[in-house]
Design a protein around this ligand. Structure first.
Ligand code: ADP
Ligand code: MG
Length: 233
């Protein structure tokens, strides 16, 4: 197995609040990983730390074989951790062209990526005319422009209607089947069950379970899992 991301005993404190506590897990190439937990369980903080936008308190993490710097490694990581934000009066295509320029990647893949996220018909439409689902799909296309080893998504279906949710989930599965490793943070048990092969379950920053999704229910218990996923716990 080829490691993509290794996290060892990671802790992140915000003042007195421990957002992530002694967390360890490994992400291997070719799988679809979920980080599952209720709001406030530390999913986004964990992603922020490994993407170098949040400073860790203690513990360590490394990308790939650990021999490259995080800065270098992150060039092979595609991530969508914020609401999609593009220039409103530029078209989908123009926005992606600008991303290519900034990231210094070849613009020849723009159409292929727009097709993958089912936006090829809207490539000349302005971003301001896009629905939230379309904006989210454009963000996915943008994150894939440099063919990353892993695509990280933080709650990508939040705020979408059922059709939009289904569409994004299918696109994620398609990206995974083309060989890209996925890390998906979600508070939805059914999302993880539908999309992911592996899962890390968090509660209050601590790992409750990590392993295969199809073994999650038997080794963990559906009742406990439901409880762990309630906001009030
Ligand atoms: P999740 O993504 O699972 O909803 P977060 O990682 O966003 O959880 O948050 C984990 C905990 O850390 C929460 O209690 C949240 O309020 C807190 N937290 C997150 N970011 C900050 C911050 N920048 N400053 C202070 N507390 C934060
Ligand atoms: Mg979050």
């Amino acid at each position: 197995m080829e490691p993509i991301l290794t996290i060892n005993n990671l802790t992140k404190k915000f003042g007195y609040l421990t957002a992530v506590k002694d967390l360890s897990f490994t992400i291997n190439k070719g799988n679809v990983y979920g980080i599952l937990g209720p709001n406030g369980s530390g999913k986004s903080t964990t992603l922020g730390v490994v993407l170098n936008v949040v400073n860790k308190t203690s513990g360590e993490f490394h990308w790939f074989d650990g021999h490259t710097s995080t800065h270098q490694a992150l060039k092979k990581v595609g991530a969508i951790i914020e609401r999609p934000n593009f220039y409103p009066y530029m078209t989908a295509y123009q926005n992606l062209k600008l991303v290519c320029k900034i990231k210094e990647v070849d613009a020849s893949k723009i159409e292929e990526k727009l097709r993958l996220v089912e936006l090829i018909d809207r490539k000349d439409s302005k971003f301001s005319t896009f629905s939230l689902g379309m904006k989210q799909r454009l963000a996915i296309a943008s994150a894939l422009l440099n063919d990353p080893e892993i695509l990280i998504l933080d709650e990508p279906t939040n705020g979408l209607d059922p059709k939009g949710i289904h569409q994004i989930r299918e696109i994620i599965k398609e990206i995974a089947s083309a060989g890209t490793t996925i890390l998906l943070a979600s508070h939805l048990l059914d999302e993880v069950e539908k999309v992911c092969t592996h899962v890390v379950v968090l509660r209050k920053g601590e790992k409750l379970y990590s392993g295969r999704v199809d073994e999650m229910i038997t080794s963990f218990g559906f009742f406990e899992l439901k409880c762990a996923n309630q906001d009030e716990l």
